[in-house]
Design a protein around this ligand. Structure first.
Ligand SMILES: Cc1cc2nc3c(=O)[nH]c(=O)nc-3n(C[C@H](O)[C@H](O)[C@H](O)COP(=O)(O)O)c2cc1C
Length: 223
């Protein structure tokens, strides 16, 4: 697989098979992604990977707390700015509409949407859960470095025949994640990520999201 194929075939997988992923594969992916660049080479990423009974225990803990906290525990950062403006607002809602269309859930069916959203908190059935954290003393440039590490993980996963879904949704459970992983106080959870084998039969995985054309965001001069 070349880089273009890895980039093009990466998608947010929201239904996984339970097939386990060997530790060696997870290590190879997390290790390979170390070559991601970071400003000043500060390498601000911290990652935790859990699977098997550890993941089952974690999910059981979240499940037990869901009824009392249907909207999670709040979040340590704003996932989107309040009053998200255009064109971002429209892109975001189009993406959600396209996703729910794959599973034939109309806008009015709030319960079905909620139930699908709750699948985030099962890692969409993935056998491996990753959590990406950053030291609180670091700022926006280092958050972008963590993003580069995450993209490297997602592309290397493709090379291993695996799929991923990055999940900011986990920031809504930052207390439980922090307690379970015994995160030191200086670490802040950015996002989770599901990792595993894609369920090829699942309609939700048929979503191919839009992208704005190059002309909309790139300016080239002097060529
Ligand atoms: C940092 C980050 C966090 C995300 N969080 C979630 C999430 O919590 N739940 C989810 O279903 N998708 C999540 N996504 C997936 C995006 O919705 C997805 O990347 C976008 O719609 C483009 O689709 P594609 O990944 O299939 O190309 C996240 C993506 C990124 C990069």
């Amino acid at each position: 697989m070349n880089v273009s194929d890895a980039i093009d075939s990466r998608m947010s997988c929201r239904a996984f098979l339970p097939t386990p992923v060997p530790e060696a594969t997870v290590r190879a992916i997390l290790d390979g992604a170390r070559r991601a660049p970071s400003g000043g080479n500060v390498q601000p990423w911290r990652v935790y990977a859990i699977t098997g009974t550890v993941l089952a225990d974690f999910l059981a803990r979240v499940r037990a707390r869901l009824p009392a906290n249907p909207r999670g525990e709040g979040s340590e950062y704003e996932i989107y700015p309040a009053g998200l403006g255009e064109p971002y607002r429209s892109r975001r809602s189009k993406c959600a509409e396209d996703m729910y269309a794959t599973i034939q859930v109309p806008r009015e069916d709030k319960m079905a949407r909620l139930l699908h959203f709750a699948r985030n908190f099962e890692f969409f059935g993935a056998p491996v859960a990753l959590f990406f954290c950053i030291d609180r003393q670091l700022g926006p440039p280092q958050w972008s470095d963590v993003g580069m590490y995450m993209q490297s993980v997602m592309l290397l996963a493709r090379e291993h025949g695996l799929h991923t879904c990055a999940q900011e949704a986990w920031s809504m459970w930052y207390r439980t994640v922090g307690e379970f992983l015994e995160l030191p106080p200086e670490l802040m959870l950015f996002a989770g990520m599901a990792l595993g084998h894609r369920d090829e039969q699942a309609p939700i995985n048929r979503l191919r999201t839009d992208r704005a054309p190059l002309e909309e965001f790139a300016t080239l001069r002097g060529f």
